[in-house]
Design a protein around this ligand. Structure first.
Ligand code: DSN
Length: 423
């Protein structure tokens, strides 16, 4: 059956657009998706996210709205908030940020004034644009100062973080990032932030699902604010949440609305509520630990094939590969892997001599393949495919990439992804 049959109204109204979605469904079904910030949501999350809740304006918060007719919307949002509080053990949750960048911008609005100093990990070291990096509003409207990792270990240099924090006394300090393969020591950051008098924000977008499932320590007892997207390891729709202690609740809510945003995306709030419900089930704890077990097994298999991994391995869902010694640039490798049915992103490695748009590494991760039920026993073959594709990229060997693609397709067909129509 064609995937188009799963969207009959769309197919009738707009067959061109329907065909694009059907093609994307096939692509997601047939490829090995290794981008560590992506996942497959469940059919239930997909259903909740595509509902008539989208027809409603709801500026304000449950019980305090600027539009009438909120009887059901209030219940949806209150449920999402209660579930977030329960899952992460926080006093307060705001589920309205449209995505991670607006969520972080709201934190700036709540705690800093333009021109004040803010501190985060440098983007090329594994941080995020919104942690004060220059090309982001957070690095141009505020004065961003940045820390990184040690050149010899690839690990965060907490002594250097402390020195910088005490010298700069930032109003806001971010920990967390987008290419960090190792456990974040939230207690160490908290002690530094206390000394420096900074508001400490843990951006756990990448690891929120691991935290919910007990596979990464929680920042909740250590930081002022937790910022997260909802669509990565947490396996929800594209959205975000801000969580904090009661003392910061008003400042955070005011910053999100009316400070930064208008009407919340109620259909997304519903999808978040479902994802949080799913993440509270025992099966999600199993999932979170399996993500890490798969990443560790994949890292070992890659090391055995001679790959260089930043920090020598992983503690979480993510692996950062430096391809310099393989004689191929990250972008060339990523594009070849794509042709081999393996979807990754090219990425800078710490102290990368190459440019961000043509860097030395690729970033991979195991959230999506774990959602399809792949296990550590499959990781040696995944490493073998990556190795064959990277070598083929270096040689321009297209038949070798096609051969990998066929093998990938077979394994993917045997492990259907959640939320996708069966072919
Ligand atoms: N785009 C996200 C990621 O891939 O890590 C960060 O914003």
């Amino acid at each position: 059956m064609s995937a188009n049959h799963h969207h009959p109204a769309l197919l009738a109204t707009d067959p061109e657009l329907a065909s694009f979605i059907a093609a994307e469904e096939s692509l997601q079904a047939q490829t090995l998706r290794l981008i560590p910030s992506e996942n497959y949501v469940s059919a239930a999350v997909l259903e909740a996210s595509g509902t008539v809740l989208q027809n409603k304006y709801s500026e304000g918060y449950p019980g305090r709205r600027y539009y009438e007719g909120q009887q059901n919307i209030d219940r949806v949002e209150a449920l999402a908030v209660e579930r977030a509080k329960g899952l992460f053990g926080v006093d307060h949750a705001n589920v309205q940020p449209y995505s991670g960048s607006p969520a972080n911008l709201a934190v700036y609005l709540a705690f800093a004034k333009p021109g004040e100093t803010v501190m985060g990990m440098a983007l090329p070291m594994g941080g995020h644009l919104t942690h004060g990096w220059g090309v982001s509003a957070t690095g141009s409207w505020f004065r961003g100062v940045q820390y990184g990792v040690r050149a010899d270990t690839g690990l965060i240099d907490y002594d250097a973080v402390r020195d910088l924090a005490l010298a700069e006394r930032p109003k806001i300090m971010f920990c967390g990032g987008t290419a960090l393969p190792r456990t974040i020591d939230f207690a160490a950051f908290a002690s530094i932030a206390r000394e420096a008098g900074s508001v400490l924000v843990a951006d756990v977008a990448h690891i929120a699902g691991l935290i919910a499932g007990g596979a990464h320590p929680s920042p909740v007892d250590h930081v002022d604010v937790v910022s997260t997207t909802t669509h990565k390891t947490l396996r929800g729709p594209r959205g975000a949440m801000l969580m904090c202690r009661e003392e910061h609740a008003k400042a955070i809510d005011k910053a999100v609305f009316p400070g930064l945003q208008g009407g919340p995306h109620n259909q997304t709030t519903a999808g978040i509520a479902v994802a949080l419900h799913e993440a509270a089930q025992p099966a999600f704890t199993t999932y979170a630990h399996a993500v890490v077990a798969n990443a560790k097994a994949l890292a070992e298999a890659l090391l055995a094939r001679g790959f260089d991994l930043v920090s020598g391995g992983t503690d979480n869902h993510l692996i950062l590969m430096d391809l310099t010694s393989r004689g191929v640039a990250g972008k060339v490798a990523a594009k070849a892997l794509d042709r081999a049915g393996i979807v990754v992103n090219y990425n800078t490695v710490p102290f990368d001599p190459r440019k961000p748009f043509d860097p030395s590494g690729i970033r991979i991760g195991t959230p999506s393949l774990t959602s399809r039920g792949l296990a550590p026993e499959h990781m040696p073959v995944v490493a073998e495919w990556i190795s064959r594709a990277v070598d083929a990229a270096a040689k321009g060997d297209e038949p070798a990439l096609a051969a990998v693609r066929a093998e990938v397709g077979e394994l993917m067909a045997a492990h259907p992804a959640p939320g996708l129509p069966l072919a």
